[in-house]
Design a protein around this ligand. Structure first.
Ligand SMILES: Cc1ncc(COP(=O)(O)O)c(C=O)c1O
Length: 384
C-alpha cells in the first residue's frame, strides 16, 4: 500500500504503546496503576452536563456549526481575557477549536509552507514535532534546561534559523516540566518574533492550572500583533473527552486558521459549545477548586519524593512533576522496572524529546490515597 512517507518518520505516540503494555499486564492478572497520563480523574462541573443535555433540544442543534464558534461563547472568552489579563479582544480575534491539539496541528498549514522551519521546545508535548513533520515542515528544537528554569536561551538560536522560521511554539504553563511563563521571557520572545517576523504561538492548554492566581499570564499581554494563544476546556474543567478549546490573537492569523478549519472539520458540535459556554460563564469556582486539589496532591507527592531521594523540579503550573531518574539507571530501564516490578506507569522523559532523557513525569491526576500508596511503593534511592 502507498502511504505518506512522512508517517514512517513519526516517533511512536508513547501513550498508545503504554496502553498496549498495560492491557497485556492486566490480562496476566497484574494490578497496574497509571500516574503517567494527564487525563484528570475529577468530574467536570455538573452544570456542564446539564447544559449539554438541555442544548440537545435547541433548534438546529444537529446542524453544521457556523462562524468558527458560537458568538456567545466567543463573547464569554473575550470577557475572560479582559478580566484575567486585561487584554481587549474582538470576536474576529477568537476562534473555537476541537481542543488545543487540533489547533496546534492546524496552525502549521495556516502559517507555514512545506519545508518551512518551525521553532519548538525540547522537551515538549510530542504532537508539536509529529504535526510539524506530518505537514512537511522542519522542526528546529530549542533546549529547555533546568538551569534556566526551563526557558529557552533565545540567543542560542542561530541567526539563519531565526531568519527562515515562520512560527515558534512555546508552551507555558509547561508540559512536561511545570514551569510557568515569566514577564521577562515574554518580553524577550516577543521582541525576537517582531524582529524576525515570526508568528508567536503559546500553547496555553494548562493556563488555568497555576500554583498562585497572580502567576496567570498570557502571551497577548503587551500586544497581540503576530501572536496567538491556544486554550482548552480539557484541563481547566476536566473536559478532555468533550474536545473543545479556543484560539485567540491576531485577527489575520485567526482568519486564515478559520479557512484551514473550514476545509477540514467544520467545527465542534453545538451542544458541546454550549456546555463550554456554561463552564466559562458560571463555573469559575471550579478552577479554584481544582487548583486547590492539585496543590494538595503536589505537596503530598513532593514530600514522598523527598523521602525517596528522587529529585524534581518545583514548577509553578500544570499538574505534572518533572523528576530526575535516580542515579545508576537510564530512563527506559527505570520506567520499565517500575512498570514490570511494581505495576506503576510513569511517563519516561524521552517521550517528550531527546532532552527528556534522564527524567520522568508524574501526573497528579489520581486522588491523594492513590498517589500516597503508589509513591510509597517506590524504592529509596541513594542521595546522589
Ligand atoms: C501541552 C499540551 N497541549 C495540548 C494538549 C491537548 O489538549 P486538548 O485536550 O485541549 O486537545 C495537551 C494534552 O495533554 C498538552 O499537554
Amino acid at each position: 500500500m502507498k502511504i505518506n512517507n512522512r508517517i514512517a518518520n513519526l516517533p511512536q505516540y508513547h501513550f498508545n504503546e503504554i496502553d498496549i503494555l498495560k492491557d497485556k499486564l492486566k490480562k496476566q492478572g497484574r494490578e497496574v496503576i497509571d500516574i503517567g497520563i494527564g487525563d484528570p480523574d475529577l468530574e467536570p462541573p455538573k452544570e456542564v452536563n446539564e447544559t449539554l443535555i438541555e442544548a440537545l433540544s435547541y433548534k438546529g442543534y444537529h446542524n453544521y456549526p457556523k462562524g468558527n464558534g458560537i458568538a456567545k461563547l466567543k463573547q464569554a472568552i473575550i470577557k475572560d481575557y479582559k478580566l484575567n489579563y486585561g487584554v481587549d479582544l474582538t470576536e474576529d480575534e477568537v476562534l473555537i477549536t476541537i481542543g488545543s491539539k487540533e489547533a496546534l496541528s492546524n496552525i502549521i498549514p495556516t502559517v507555514c509552507d512545506i519545508n518551512d522551519y518551525i521553532i519548538l521546545p525540547d522537551p515538549s508535548y510530542p504532537s508539536y514535532e509529529s504535526c510539524s513533520k506530518l505537514w512537511g515542515t522542519i522542526p528546529y528544537k530549542m533546549p529547555l534546561i533546568e538551569e534556566r528554569g526551563y526557558f529557552p536561551n533565545l540567543k542560542l538560536i542561530p541567526e539563519k534559523i531565526k531568519k527562515v522560521s515562520k512560527l515558534i511554539i512555546i508552551n507555558y504553563p509547561n508540559n512536561p516540566t511545570g514551569a510557568n511563563l515569566k514577564k521577562d521571557f515574554l518580553e524577550e520572545v516577543k521582541e525576537m518574533c517582531e524582529k524576525y517576523n515570526i508568528v508567536l504561538c503559546n500553547d496555553g492548554a494548562y493556563k488555568e492550572i497555576v500554583n498562585k492566581k497572580e502567576d496567570k499570564l498570557s502571551i497577548l499581554m503587551g500586544g497581540i500583533n503576530n501572536c496567538i494563544e491556544f486554550s482548552s476546556f480539557s484541563k481547566a474543567f476536566s473536559m478532555t473527552g468533550y474536545r473543545i478549546g479556543y484560539v485567540v490573537g491576531d485577527k489575520n492569523i485567526i482568519k486564515s486558521l478559520g479557512e484551514v478549519k473550514n476545509n477540514i472539520d467544520s467545527g465542534q458540535f453545538m451542544p458541546i459549545q454550549y456546555s463550554a459556554l456554561r463552564a466559562i460563564k458560571d463555573c469559575k469556582y471550579y478552577i479554584e477548586y481544582i487548583n486547590e486539589v492539585y496543590r494538595k496532591r503536589k505537596v503530598l507527592a513532593e514530600s514522598i519524593l523527598d523521602e525517596k531521594n528522587i529529585k524534581y523540579f518545583k514548577g509553578e503550573g500544570t499538574f505534572y512533576i518533572w523528576c530526575k531518574v535516580p542515579k545508576g539507571y537510564n530512563t527506559d530501564e527505570f520506567c520499565s522496572e517500575l512498570l514490570l516490578k511494581k505495576g506503576i506507569v510513569v511517563t519516561p522523559g524521552s517521550a517528550f524529546g531527546r532532552l527528556g532523557y534522564g527524567y520522568f513525569r508524574i501526573a497528579l491526576t489520581k486522588d491523594e490515597e492513590i498517589i500516597r500508596n503508589t509513591l510509597n511503593r517506590l524504592d529509596s534511592y541513594s542521595k546522589n
